[in-house]
Design a protein around this ligand. Structure first.
Ligand code: ADP
Ligand code: MG
Length: 386
């Protein structure tokens, strides 16, 4: 990102200087897939790609927002926030302001310039980055009191209520609270969290399969329903089961005869995946990256065989990555049926890894993957420019 150009562009568009710069990152989940809606554990990290907002307050309630990436300006009043289907990107900004207004906060007018380098719609959560950057910009310019967890929840509500995407809390949470050089271990049940340092010799490499995702929403809803079905049966048998989070593998095995085989396998993924997140945190604390990597491969196998949300392209991306020198672990990340894999790779082997994955994946699929290399980055930050 060329931030100097953003400042110059800001001056040209708004005929004034920006007061603050806010940056909120995209993210990738290292392990803990399809566990969030089962009250389980996740382990995301922020990536070094972000949304930037340059902003100045106004003495009225008008918001003027310009998107550099969409080349579009839109404006609205903070006291009457409505959706704008001609500037869909602005709905994430509008939604955040609408959520602040619901809390009773007064939001000053602002002149905003937005741009970013989180790939859009690739599952790296450019949407959460935009919401969190907006929420932080409003907080600073309107002098609001809101703690980081509440800011993440407000950003999530904006996406759920205003944009209409029923997302979990992970993305906004880590975009707000993530820390450089660490993964964020989050309990999706009570939002307790802990930073777990990642060794500096490991790089995060994201490979975008470029496979068009299909059937994602319907399959996602079906998986959720299967999990709920398993919980109902297990609760009847065992009592005190609110979510698959409350079930041990032993309890599940003992009661597998109570459910169809497929439902049992869906539940087994969630139960074992939660356990893998706990083991992965332990592996990081022990400095055991090879063990962490093995858990990533196990996670992929479970998503492929038990949860059945992988696809040929994601399986190939993992298969071609695994034998490359320096690869510690690889697995699909996100909802599945396309999208990205996340890989943990020794930093000194990253360039060869990138070349190897591109060549081998392309040979097998005729698709050219996009590869993003990142170190774990900080959550949202702002700085005053004047
Ligand atoms: P993702 O997986 O990246 O979160 P989503 O579909 O949830 O994909 O969110 C993408 C949307 O977020 C875009 O369609 C756009 O409306 C908004 N957005 C993302 N990045 C930017 C950006 N750089 N500038 C303006 N809007 C953005
Ligand atoms: Mg999103």
């Amino acid at each position: 990102m060329n931030l100097d150009i953003m400042i110059q562009t800001y001056r040209q568009i708004f005929q004034r200087n920006p007061e603050i710069e806010t940056r909120a990152p995209g993210r990738v989940n290292l392990i803990g897939e399809h566990t969030d809606y089962n009250d389980g554990f996740v382990l995301p990290v922020d990536i070094d790609r972000a949304i930037w907002i340059y902003a100045s307050g106004r003495n009225d309630t008008l918001v003027r927002a310009h998107s550099l990436d969409y080349g579009q300006t839109t404006s609205f009043d903070t006291d009457r926030v409505e959706r704008d289907d001609n500037a869909v990107w602005s709905n994430y900004i509008r939604g955040v302001i609408a959520e602040y207004r619901k809390r009773g906060d007064r939001i000053r007018g602002m002149d905003l310039l937005v741009s970013g380098n989180v790939p859009i719609g690739s599952g790296l959560s450019s949407s959460a980055a935009l919401e969190v950057a907006t929420a932080e910009t409003c907080r600073v310019l309107s002098g609001l009191t809101i703690d980081p967890v509440a800011l993440a929840l407000l950003s999530q509500s904006a996406e759920r209520q205003f944009v209409g995407v029923q997302c979990g809390i992970m993305d906004q949470f880590v975009s707000t609270l993530g820390r450089e050089s660490a993964a964020l271990f989050l309990d999706c049940r009570d939002l307790s969290y802990q930073w777990v340092p990642l060794p500096t010799e490991a790089c995060i490499v994201i490979c975008d399969s470029r496979k068009q995702r299909s059937l994602q929403t319907s399959e996602y809803n079906e998986r959720r329903a299967e999990c709920e079905g398993a919980v109902a049966v297990l609760n009847q048998a065992l009592g005190n089961i609110r979510a698959l989070r409350d079930v041990t593998l032993e309890q599940l095995e003992d009661n597998k005869h109570l459910m169809p085989e497929m439902r049992y396998r869906r539940a087994r993924h969630v139960v074992t995946e939660n356990q893998r997140v706990l083991s992965a945190v332990q592996a990081l604390q022990d400095g055991d990256l090879p063990q962490f990597g093995r858990l990533m491969y196990d996670s992929h196998a479970s998503l492929r065989d038990d949860y059945e949300v992988s696809c040929r392209e994601l399986d190939i991306l993992v298969e071609v990555a695994a034998p490359l020198p320096g690869t510690l672990g690889a697995r699909m990340t996100g909802a599945g049926f396309g999208g990205c894999t996340v890989n943990l790779v020794a930093c000194d082997a990253v360039e060869d890894f990138q070349a190897g994955v591109i060549e081998k994946y392309q040979a097998k699929t005729d698709l050219r993957p996009l590869v993003y290399v990142s170190r774990p980055a900080n959550g949202v930050t702002h700085r005053r420019l004047q």
